[in-house]
Design a protein around this ligand. Structure first.
Ligand code: SAM
Length: 290
């Protein structure tokens, strides 16, 4: 098949006219509630595919395929794509827009509720997504905390969220999300994406962020659950000293004082100044008490 025939059978969906045509043909109205902002810039689709280094034979989980814009870019590489979509109207649309791609499987459902190990089966996979912004953090946390065999996690997020994901200690925006993302991955902002790259245009700037999943977490901790409890407590009341924030989150005064002494962390510091290593030392110092 030459390229011209291929374009007629499979027009590139990441295009304003093609997207408008699909929406009209299926009588679709984009849903703000479901975070539907569809990509119309083919360079951004290629950018996501390249950032995740998607190749033939790779297994890819896509979250929220919409009308199939990014899915098509992923499928064109020859990768096996599993795409989970919440909007009940879209699987029928995707069956048409992605007709002929036998390497795509659409799973209707909520990404926060589906059993990912069950739908992906055994073996490593990559994640690529233009995320619905109303649940970016819960999705990222769910993917990371489950210790899934993900090798690359490349997502479109709001610029402000990406800045939080990559923030370093001492910055105002450094928080529990920064610690969690950097504990599991090495995040890297790879593309700036303006509102005009989507239909409808979102009110915020976006970026593509590649989170390279570490083979082992950045720091070794004795009890991961406790580590994240300490991190959340430390950032729970940002204006307070570490000691007061931890007490406010339900840790006993004596316990906190002992743990800080053992880990050599000054209790008058604020949570937002602690590095991952210091959070790990602090959390491990609590374990001795048990
Ligand atoms: N991938 C398409 C693109 O790039 O044009 C659409 C991206 S759009 C920003 C987000 C998609 O996620 C929408 O199709 C929306 O219906 C879907 N979505 C929203 N909440 C979801 C959830 N909880 N689980 C799975 N998909 C969801």
């Amino acid at each position: 098949m030459n390229n011209e025939d291929k374009d007629i059978l499979h027009p590139v969906i990441a295009n304003r006219a093609v997207t408008m045509h699909i929406l009209k043909a299926f009588g679709l109205h984009t849903s703000k509630k479901l975070g539907q902002n569809f990509l119309i810039d083919p360079a951004i689709v290629s950018g996501i595919v390249e950032a995740a280094d998607v190749k033939a034979g790779d297994r890819v989980l896509e979250i929220g395929p919409g009308i199939g814009t990014l899915t098509q870019g992923l499928a064109e590489t020859g990768a096996d794509v599993t795409a989970v979509e919440l909007d009940k109207k879209l699987p029928a649309v995707l069956a048409e827009t992605l007709k002929g791609y036998d390497n795509v499987r659409i799973v209707p459902g909520d990404i926060l509720k589906v059993n990912i190990p069950e739908i992906m089966g055994p073996g490593a996979f990559k994640v690529a997504a233009n995320l619905p912004y109303y649940i970016t953090t819960p999705i990222l946390m769910a993917l990371l905390e489950q210790h899934l065999p993900i090798t690359e996690l490349v997502t479109m997020v709001q610029k402000e969220v990406a800045e939080r994901m990559t923030a370093t200690p001492g910055k105002r925006i450094y928080g529990a999300l920064s610690v969690a993302v950097q504990y599991y991955t090495e995040p890297e902002i790879v593309l700036d994406v303006p509102p005009r790259s989507f239909i409808p245009a979102p009110e915020v700037d976006s970026v593509v962020i590649a989170c390279h999943v570490r083979p082992e977490p950045a720091v070794k901790v004795k009890d991961e659950k406790l580590f994240f409890r300490v991190v959340k407590a430390a950032f729970g009341q940002r204006r307070k000293t570490l000691m007061n924030a931890m007490r406010g989150a339900g840790f006993a005064k004596e316990e906190v004082r002992d743990a800080m002494e053992r880990s050599g962390i000054d209790p008058t510091r604020r949570g937002e100044t602690l590095t991952l290593e210091e959070f790990a030392a602090l959390a491990d110092a609590f374990v001795v008490n048990k």
